[in-house]
Design a protein around this ligand. Structure first.
Ligand SMILES: Nc1ncnc2c1ncn2[C@@H]1O[C@H](COP(=O)(O)OP(=O)(O)OP(=O)(O)O)[C@@H](O)[C@H]1O
Ligand SMILES: [Mg+2]
Length: 260
């Protein structure tokens, strides 16, 4: 069964004549990694905001486990486009923060935090303050915090956008490991075509004016990576390059149509 179900969603911000989202339908199951790809302003963060319960639909509906989403909830954890860590807390306490609010007992909390920090490779820096970390480490703290909560879905808004190419590729592989081990549905936003193709079990290409889905793909590169194939071999495979170029072409065409 789908964890998240979006039917004919429309969002128009107050005072705007053009909708930010129009007739967007999609679903996310527990074993899926759904990627929304599209240029700036096509409504990706708006869509994530609706899934998270921060923004109310103007049309259509959004269901989580069959129930309408009307507010944020612990079952839907968010990693923001710009990290939202608490600078006065160390890495351990940032990851434990949500669990504390949820009233988890101390022993359970310590076990979950230790396991999660190990999973994202941050066990050695647990007592550091977040401002002492690199950008990639900060993003891992954000992901660890989302994982440590009792979430069933992770909503990730462009989580690797500010990272260098090498760190970004490492983070993509980390995300696949985490997704596989944690058995959660992941909704990921990106404007990086390679990232989208490599990670997605389902990929939706979005277009602005109004924000909508213009293409859907089910790439298999994620499966190939999990079956043991090397990441560079996958990304330089002619099938990968052909899809990458086709998506790039679609994005450029969108740009021309908008400029016309
Ligand atoms: N609070 C708001 N009030 C009015 N308009 C908004 C608001 N937030 C976003 N918009 C508009 O809605 C459209 C979609 O914005 P959104 O932030 O969802 O795009 P995005 O795809 O996430 O872009 P980016 O890749 O730059 O993050 C844009 O035209 C934006 O200007
Ligand atoms: Mg955005």
């Amino acid at each position: 069964m789908s964890l998240l179900q979006v039917d004919k969603l429309g969002v128009t911000y107050p005072g705007q004549s053009q909708p930010a989202l129009h007739q967007v339908s999609l679903s996310l199951a527990r074993d899926e990694l759904l990627v929304a790809l599209g240029p700036s302003g096509c409504g990706k963060s708006t869509l994530l905001g609706v899934l998270a319960g921060f923004i109310a639909p103007s049309q259509g509906r959004v269901l989580f486990a069959g129930q309408p989403v009307t507010a944020p909830g612990v079952e839907r954890a968010v990693v923001f486009q710009h990290d939202a860590l608490l600078p006065w807390l160390n890495v351990h306490d940032n990851v434990a923060f949500g669990l504390k609010l949820q009233g988890a007992d101390a022993a359970a909390r310590e076990r979950i935090v230790a396991d999660t920090l190990r999973l994202v490779g941050l066990a050695d820096v647990a007592t550091k303050r977040t401002w002492q970390l690199s950008g990639g480490m900060r993003q891992r703290v954000g992901i660890a915090r989302a994982l440590a909560s009792r979430s069933q879905v992770l909503l990730l808004d462009e989580p690797f956008g500010a990272l260098d190419a090498f760190t970004r590729e490492q983070m993509q592989q980390l995300l696949l490991r985490v997704w596989q081990q944690s058995q959660r549905g992941v909704f990921l936003i990106t404007h990086d075509i390679e990232e989208a193709l490599f990670l997605a079990t389902e990929l939706v290409l979005m277009s602005p004016g109004p924000g909508r889905i213009v293409q859907r793909l089910r790439p298999t590169f994620n499966q190939r990576y999990r079956a043991g194939e090397d990441v560079r071999a996958i990304k330089s495979d002619p099938a990968f390059i052909a899809l990458r170029e086709s998506l790039l072409h679609s994005l450029f065409r969108q740009g021309h149509e908008e400029a016309a």
